[in-house]
Design a protein around this ligand. Structure first.
Ligand code: CAA
Ligand code: FAD
Length: 381
């Protein structure tokens, strides 16, 4: 067992840390307040290789491992979780699936620009009536011979208005249940595809979350990923890896809030001494540090298992469940340690607290992670 990061890992971590501090921190409060998508910053992240980190260089990616991706996600998320969710969706929900299951033609046409960060991707599973209960897809993709006729509505789609490529799950054979679902690559601008309203959110307010409407959109047959009926399996396999990315995001939100709270506790004085010298504050910091360390180890282990080609579905669900609960708890305590200053925007921790909440909801709620974990542990008996 080796807990040592390599030189390359440390370099990537430092590069992401520098980028977050120099490029994301300066405008982050303004983007949160005015719900501005970090377009310029995402473009630079693409140029630095952060948008296709695990993709083979022959398809325009950085060719790195999942551990590198976790380290970079943590650093970006410490500062701007709106930028990191865009990064996470592009890397683990869009590029990964295309590289693993796409045809060579699909890879050349879509994966290469996505991995280079020239364009952004979106992953479209959720619907108004199918969130956790993802098999009950109402969007239909009728087989018309050489194309599918796509009709329906998708909800809550991250990168909804900034993406150019959308992986859309839709039902082709309702009689087959989830085995009748397909995943289609839909391009922005296809006739009948409309980006709906932007959601006004509690947190990750810089991320553009939209509903999408499809009315008789003709999607060429060659845009289907995998065999007929592979769409639901595709979504589940992709989400297993995606949950490592969200665990890393939650870890970053937690460690960002912890670092701010630690620093503040050494600066702020009350009752004649720095507040960290009050044991109640020191113990909060001790709990935060301990739980963050546990979340980091779980997330890195899930990443390591994935890199080794070993099963990781249970471990990614565990990491996502645990890290998101740690993010929520840690950010609440970080606000508490800041006192009244924690409640105002300038000190960042109130934003991190609002951002933390989403990590317990998307890519499978905490309840859904418990379903995945309990099924896995019970199956092992
Ligand atoms: N890998 C491969 N196949 C899998 C799988 C996995 N990890 N998990 C399930 N499957 C397969 C099952 O084997 C089954 O197929 P077969 O019948 O052919 O064997 C099929 O999927 C259906 O599985 P279940 O019978 O277990 O289905 P279920 O209805 O009981 O529930 C669920 C499954 C785990 C709850 C699933 O619906 C789920 O994960 N729901 C949450 C959806 C979710 O995470 N959405 C996230 C949207 S993306 C997002 O949120 C992005 C973002 O915010 C940034
Ligand atoms: P529901 O499924 O209606 O759940 C409501 C409550 O019931 C939850 O607490 C849930 O845990 C609980 N519940 C449901 N079923 C069970 C059960 N069997 N046992 C116990 N409890 C249960 N989706 C995408 O496809 N792509 C995206 O890019 C994307 N981005 C998102 C970005 C944001 C900001 C948000 C808010 C959502 C995003 N989503 C995306 C959707 C997200 O994945 C869903 O919101 C999530 O899966 C929950 O679905 P739901 O909202 O329909 O809640």
């Amino acid at each position: 067992m080796n807990f040592q990061l390599t030189e390359e890992h440390l370099m990537i971590q430092q590069a992401a840390r520098d980028f977050a501090q120099n490029e994301l921190l300066p405008g982050v409060i303004d983007r949160d307040t005015h719900e501005k998508f970090p377009a310029e910053q995402i473009k630079k992240m693409g140029e630095l290789g952060f948008m296709g980190m695990m993709v083979d260089p022959k398809y325009g990616g950085a060719g790195l491992d999942t551990i590198s991706y976790v380290l970079a996600m943590e650093e970006i998320s410490k500062v701007d979780a709106s930028a990191s969710v865009c990064m996470s969706v592009n890397n683990s929900l869009v590029c990964w699936g295309l590289e693993k299951f796409g045809t060579e033609e699909q890879k050349q046409k879509y994966l290469v620009p996505l991995a280079k960060g020239e364009i952004i991707g979106a992953f479209c599973l959720s619907e108004p009536e199918a969130g956790s209960d993802a098999t009950s897809q109402k969007t239909t993709a009728i087989d018309m011979g050489d194309y599918y006729l796509l009709n329906g509505t998708k909800n809550w789609i991250t990168n909804g208005s900034s993406a150019s490529v959308y992986l859309v799950m839709a039902q082709t054979h309702p009689e087959k249940g989830h085995r009748g679902i397909n995943c289609l690559i839909v391009e922005r601008g296809m006739e009948g595809f409309v980006v709906g309203k932007k959601e006004e959110k509690m947190g990750i307010r810089g991320s553009d979350t939209h509903s999408l409407m499809f009315t008789d959109v003709k999607v060429p047959k060659q845009n289907r990923i995998g065999e007929d009926g592979f769409g639901f399996k595709f979504a589940m396999k992709t989400l297993s890896g995606g949950r490592i990315g969200i665990a890393a995001q939650a870890l970053g939100i937690a460690s960002g809030a912890y670092e701010l709270a630690l620093k503040y506790s050494k600066e702020r004085k009350a009752f004649g001494k720095e507040i960290y010298k009050h044991q109640a504050v020191a113990f909060k910091l001790a709990d935060m540090a301990t739980e963050i360390e546990a979340a980091r180890l779980m997330t890195l282990r899930a990443a390591w298992l994935k890199d080794q080609g070993l099963p990781f579905d249970k471990e990614s669900a565990m990491a996502k469940l645990f890290a998101s609960e740690v993010a929520m708890k840690t950010t609440i305590e970080a606000v508490q340690i800041h006192g009244g200053y924690g409640y105002v925007k300038e000190f960042h921790v109130e934003r991190l607290m609002r951002d933390a909440k989403i990590t317990q909801i998307y890519e499978g709620t905490s309840e859904i992670q418990r379903i995945v974990i309990s099924r896995a542990i019970l199956d092992q008996q």
